[in-house]
Design a protein around this ligand. Structure first.
Ligand code: SF4
Ligand code: SF4
Length: 258
């Protein structure tokens, strides 16, 4: 049922920010419907879907991001098969729940899509919501947080005001992420999911991984957990010195240089 009172736009934004979001924006569901479909890989190999196919009646997509400020946020815990949990990204779930409460208390409906099960291109939607640009590393890049935003969203039938899309080209002639990738997985704006170390661990696929790469760039913490590769992000000029100093790859470089 569509809401009846004032749109809770300001409250929605303030709620997300007070719960830890450092980036917030809104995309129109109709505009996202019109985006070209993109192939979602990483074991799915299916094309992205329209938001209105996922939630009939969707009018807006609320997009929010948290900052990964330390490689401790980049831990992946293997659950089963090819599945992982990411404890560092859990605040996104909390923000999503709080934002959903605001919408529902004001009479609007919402659903939580996940990039995996809803087959939506979060990166393109984030760009449309003004969060950042699509970098050559195939990650969302923001001037303030570089490639370190972790993004989630929810679909709603609330007719929220869309944000201004992010249109700046932040990469220009830079190719640092491509040179830094130890697995040769990057071409401009495309990551080869068959080569990228993310999603690979001793418990899952080791195919196409050169000996030593996982040990160096995705060190194990416990039998079932590891720190994900961040080499392309560390190399990005939009990465702050502070964030770089909190990377395990940076620590490895220091040890090797000593
Ligand atoms: S995460 Fe690592 S392996 Fe994957 S593209 Fe970035 S640098 Fe390459
Ligand atoms: S390293 Fe350079 S090319 Fe890669 S995403 Fe960052 S700015 Fe763009």
């Amino acid at each position: 049922m569509a809401g009846s009172g004032d749109l809770p736009e300001r409250l929605l934004r303030e709620t997300c920010i007070s719960e830890g979001a450092v980036a917030y924006g809104v995309a129109s569901a109709a505009e996202v419907d019109n985006l070209p479909r993109v192939k979602i890989r990483w074991g799915m190999d299916r094309y992205s879907r329209k938001p209105t196919a996922i939630m009939p009646g969707a009018r807006s997509i609320v997009v929010f991001g948290i900052a990964s400020s330390d490689d401790a946020h980049e831990v992946a815990v293997h659950t089963r098969g090819e599945d992982y949990e990411y404890p560092g990204y859990l605040p996104l779930i909390h923000i999503r729940k709080r934002a959903a409460s605001v919408l529902r208390e004001n009479g609007y409906d919402c659903v939580f899509p996940s990039e995996r099960n809803a087959l939506m291109s979060f990166k393109r939607i984030a760009q449309l919501a003004g969060i950042g640009g699509f970098g050559k590393s195939s990650l969302v890049i923001s001037p303030e947080y570089g490639p370190w935003l972790r993004i989630s969203m929810l679909l709603t039938d609330a007719p929220l005001t869309p944000s201004k899309p992010f249109t700046r080209d932040l990469c220009r002639t830079c190719t640092s992420c491509i040179s830094a990738c130890p697995a040769d997985a990057l071409k401009p704006y495309v990551v080869d999911d068959r080569k990228c170390l993310i999603g690979r661990s001793p418990q899952t696929l080791r195919k196409n991984v050169q000996p030593g790469l996982l040990e160096t760039y995705q060190p194990q913490l416990t039998k079932r957990s590891h720190v994900m590769c961040t080499a392309c992000q560390i190399a990005c000029p939009y990465t702050s010195d502070e964030r770089r100093a909190r990377s395990h790859v940076f620590s490895i470089g220091h040890l090797e240089g000593e």
